[in-house]
Design a protein. Structure first.
Length: 154
């Protein structure tokens, strides 16, 4: 396991961090986003989308749809929001296909999945600090995600 902890001072800085991850993604990456409402999870996904070459203006919280798929970039981006699911299970066929398919997958409320779903993942935990400041912990689990984190956030 590899981890980095940092702080961003604005939504733009949070997006820039995510953009660096998007630029270095190769496909097959799983990002688990954890944080209370309003901590910047969707903001993070907008930056990730931009790094993948997807128009960030298209990215909105998928709370009522559960999964949004964004194409048009160099890799497909799946944006998943588990907020409205009481007990999500990564064994459900529709969810398993999205979580472990190709492209890049960003899952808001990832901590609602069973613990074994996060064996190969980049966990991103966001916390309010003050105003627009966010404390962000990036924890890479699995070799693929450790290499990715090292390349994107040295």
């Amino acid at each position: 396991m590899q981890a980095r902890e940092l702080e961003t001072a604005s939504p733009e800085e949070t997006e820039a961090l995510a953009r660096a991850l998007g630029r270095t993604a190769q496909g097959g990456e799983l990002i688990g986003l954890i944080g209370e409402l309003g901590t910047g999870k969707t903001c993070f996904v907008r930056g990730l989308a931009e790094g993948l070459g997807v128009d960030p203006e298209r990215v909105h919280s998928p709370t009522f749809v559960i999964v949004h798929e964004y194409g048009g970039g160099r890799l497909l981006l799946h944006h998943v929001d588990l907020y409205r699911l009481e007990r999500p299970n990564d064994e459900e066929p529709f969810l398993r296909e999205v979580l472990y398919g190709g492209g890049v997958v960003a899952v808001e409320w990832f901590d609602r999945l069973p613990p074994d779903a996060g064996e190969e993942v980049l966990l991103i935990t966001l916390h309010h600090v003050a105003g627009d400041r966010r404390a962000i912990r990036l924890e890479a689990r699995g070799r693929r995600h450790e290499r990715w984190l090292a390349a994107a956030v040295p």
